[in-house]
Write a protein that binds this ligand. Structure first.
Ligand SMILES: Cc1cc2nc3c(=O)[nH]c(=O)nc-3n(C[C@H](O)[C@H](O)[C@H](O)COP(=O)(O)OP(=O)(O)OC[C@H]3O[C@@H](n4cnc5c(N)ncnc54)[C@H](O)[C@@H]3O)c2cc1C
Length: 384
């Protein structure tokens, strides 16, 4: 008999969401991570309305932890131009992953998951499945691998963790500040086919740039330019990490292994948001595992999970379709003008961040606007 019903590898938002869901449904769950928590994870820490909605649905409490910074104003810029400062937007919370991930792990363990964090993982057997830790090997009937963008499990299953042609990369710096009362700021185009962000935190600001890696040979210069643009000088360390920017895995796992969160490539390719889909996919993977085991057929977990992920896959595909309208040089002038002048476009974008709408509606509206975007761009180019 296996030691557990379910092993969850990785205790980020995807892993903790999976562990709490499966534990509450009655499975014996082990939550494994090579790090002892709290631990840092490179991230802007922007916790949107969509993240909050999924968090509340999965974890069943109002807030992950006390003292999260809340903002209801956001400034948008695009290709160096201001496109608007919006107040009374749906609330955005600014988190530190040190605090957020620790709170989610604590909730999963309090619900009954066995805490196997803080131990090096020396082997992952994707067939049995089993995971070998410092001084024990634990087995289960299913494994949810939520081990992040560099997923060792995805590499074991498919030979690589992500597709080098589509992967994103981001650089970020924490800037200490006594006056973190700066607005939330998002700059489209601060990196090529990407964006920059300046997020206030309780003890400073998190500033970064990220975009499609193969289009950004010199992201360090892009970050230096962005910092200059924000009038920020800092000697804090600059750190970088891959960002799975829209190339999700069509089959999110193999055999008894389900991949969730970044390991399954579930980051929004326009907003760069990954925490919400990480939590949601963790929940869906766990629900699929529970249903498969209840029916006495653990092998059906993967097809169930693949079906459950369809809405997220569809949303990511639709965001990829919209992305050229923002970043193609021939269209971007029209996008800037459209975003600045169209309250519908802005409202839809803010509703998207709030989790109140999906890309389907935005796609239809954007496609309807293409002729106008072209006209605006052409007009701007001829009059420049
Ligand atoms: C610079 C940057 C800024 C970002 N900003 C935002 C933002 O503002 N808002 C947003 O929503 N998203 C943001 N994202 C995306 C977000 O960080 C990720 O999508 C999210 O963390 C994915 O969660 P996860 O649980 O899948 O993986 P992770 O959070 O990466 O967690 C994976 C866990 O697995 C563990 N692990 C890995 N390998 C092993 C192993 N072999 N054995 C044991 N444990 C292992 C790790 O220690 C880690 O704890 C940003 C990403 C980057 C790089």
């Amino acid at each position: 008999m296996a030691d557990f019903d379910l092993l969850v590898l990785g205790a980020g938002p995807a892993g903790s969401a999976a562990a709490i869901t499966a534990t509450r449904a009655g499975l014996r769950v082990a939550l494994i991570d090579k790090h002892r928590f709290p631990r840092n994870k490179l991230c802007g820490g922007g916790f949107t309305g969509r993240s909050m909605r999924y968090f509340q649905e999965i974890f069943g409490t109002d807030l992950p932890y006390d003292g999260m910074l809340r903002r209801d104003a956001v400034s948008f810029c695009a290709f160096g131009q201001e496109v608007g400062h919006f107040t009374n937007v749906p609330p955005l919370h600014m988190t530190m992953r040190w605090d957020l991930d620790h709170a989610l792990l604590r909730a999963a363990v309090a619900a009954g998951a066995t805490d196997l964090t803080g131990q090096p993982v020396s082997a992952i057997d994707t067939l049995t499945p089993s995971v070998t830790l410092r001084d024990q090997t634990v087995t289960a009937r299913l494994l949810i691998a939520a081990d992040g963008v560099n997923s060792t499990t995805a590499r074991a299953l498919f030979g690589k963790a992500f597709d080098a042609d589509t992967i994103g990369f981001a650089l970020e710096v924490e800037v200490p500040s006594d006056t973190p009362d700066t607005p939330v700021r998002i700059d489209f185009g601060a990196a090529d086919w990407g964006y920059g962000w300046d997020f206030p935190k309780t003890s400073g600001r998190t500033i970064g740039v990220g975009g499609i890696l193969r289009r950004n040979g010199d992201l360090k210069t892009a970050l230096a330019t962005y910092l200059r643009h924000l009038d920020v000088t800092t000697d804090s360390p600059i750190k970088g990490q891959f960002l799975p920017f829209g190339a999700y895995r069509r089959v999110p796992g193999k055999g008894p292994v389900l991949l969730a969160g970044d390991a399954a490539g579930l980051v929004d390719p326009i907003t760069g948001e990954g925490i919400a889909y990480a939590m949601k996919s963790g929940q869906l993977a766990a629900q699929s595992a529970v249903a498969a085991m209840r029916s006495g057929a653990p092998a059906t977990a993967l097809p169930l999970y693949r079906d459950a992920l369809r809405p997220i896959h569809r949303a990511i595909s639709q965001a990829r379709m919209i992305r050229p309208m923002i970043f193609l040089p021939a269209l971007r002038g029209g996008f800037v003008a459209g975003f600045r002048n169209s309250s519908t476009l802005r409202t839809e974008y803010l509703r998207l961040l709030a989790g109140e709408t999906e890309y389907g509606q935005i796609t239809r509206r954007t496609i309807a606007r293409i002729p106008r975007l072209f006209m605006r761009s052409a007009f701007r180019q001829t009059s420049a």
